[in-house]
Design a protein around this ligand. Structure first.
Ligand code: GLN
Length: 309
């Protein structure tokens, strides 16, 4: 069902939803925790938010799903807003060309992760945000609630507990970086924050709205400034080059927008100055990106001609 808001994107979204429905579902839901494995890979939703907060969508666009690594964009923005460029002494901005949970590059680079969107880099960002706020996961949730206008957004305790029970890889990443002095908080404290961060449940509508500050060049929903224009540009650039891990080149080639995926099957994307998008479908490719999600964004930029290129 589509909301009755008349807009130029509406026929485009309808057409994409029809095309996705006709394409046999491919990809498999993330299976490293039971809560994600149970999702039906045929679910599909897509929302577009305009800079003034108008949002509309198709399919399951109001259905909450596990935001997972999409939250890494928001913690990055919140930490950059607080500590500024000092953050970049602790995490890089180069694509990794490796899977999101990879350990291999950390040793060569002295415990400095390649970018803030692979798990190692996101752990560093959350650690630093936690030091500055005393409650990184709470700070994130408050921000998402305000930007989406949805006060019911919450962490999913079952997902967070499941992450913790299967968290050996993230624990290894955090301990390894701590051995280089690149983690401030005790590792168990950091992991608890990170797993709660990943567990946020939100819909395409919520996440498209919450991403709006990146389309508004750093301006929040209430009109206040979170980031300078230049820092908002920098986050969009890192999303383009690093937001879909070892598929970032392919994503840029097909979609041509800054984007960030999560293993819950969601992807956010930004058309700077124009709109933000969020698409959700739980079937993932082998790199952890939603198959129908990438296909839908590919069709959106092709049909509308809107991309950063
Ligand atoms: N919770 C997941 C993890 O840390 C998030 C990864 C993702 O969404 N790519 O492994």
């Amino acid at each position: 069902a589509i909301m009755s808001t008349p807009t130029t994107f509406r026929p485009v979204l309808e057409r994409i939803a029809e095309e996705i429905e006709r394409t046999p579902g491919s990809g498999r839901p993330a299976d490293y925790i039971p809560a994600l494995a149970a999702r039906d890979p045929r679910r599909f939703g897509m929302a577009v938010a305009e800079p003034d907060g108008t949002v509309y969508g198709v399919g399951d666009w109001r259905e909450p799903f596990s935001a997972q690594s999409i939250t890494k964009v928001f913690t990055l923005a919140l930490d950059l807003a607080r500590e500024g460029d000092a953050l970049w002494e602790h995490v890089g901005r180069e694509p990794s060309g490796n899977p999101f949970n990879s350990l291999v590059q950390l040793e060569y680079e002295n415990g400095i992760p390649r970018n803030p969107f692979i798990n190692a880099g996101a752990l560093v960002v959350t650690d630093r945000l936690h030091t500055r706020t005393g409650d990184a996961a709470g700070e994130l949730l408050a921000f998402l609630r305000e930007e989406s206008g949805n006060p019911d957004l919450a962490h999913d305790a079952e997902v967070a507990a499941s992450e913790a029970a299967h968290g050996d890889r993230n624990a290894a990443l955090a301990h390894f970086m701590a051995s280089y002095g690149n983690i401030d908080n005790p590792v168990p404290v950091l992991l608890d924050q990170y797993f709660r961060q990943c567990s946020v449940a939100a819909s395409c509508a919520d996440l498209a709205l919450a991403t709006g500050f990146l389309a508004r060049h750093g301006i929040r929903a209430d009109g206040s400034r979170l980031l300078s224009r230049s820092r908002a540009k920098q986050i969009n650039a890192v999303m383009l080059t690093c937001g879909t891990y070892d598929a970032a080149g392919d994503f840029a080639h097909r979609v041509g927008l800054p984007g960030k995926s999560g293993v819950g099957g969601g992807i956010i994307a930004v058309v700077p100055g124009h709109c933000t998008l969020c698409v959700w479908s739980p079937g993932l490719d082998e790199r952890g990106n939603s198959v129908a999600g990438v296909a839908a964004l590919d069709r959106f930029t092709t049909l509308t001609g809107l991309s950063v290129f």
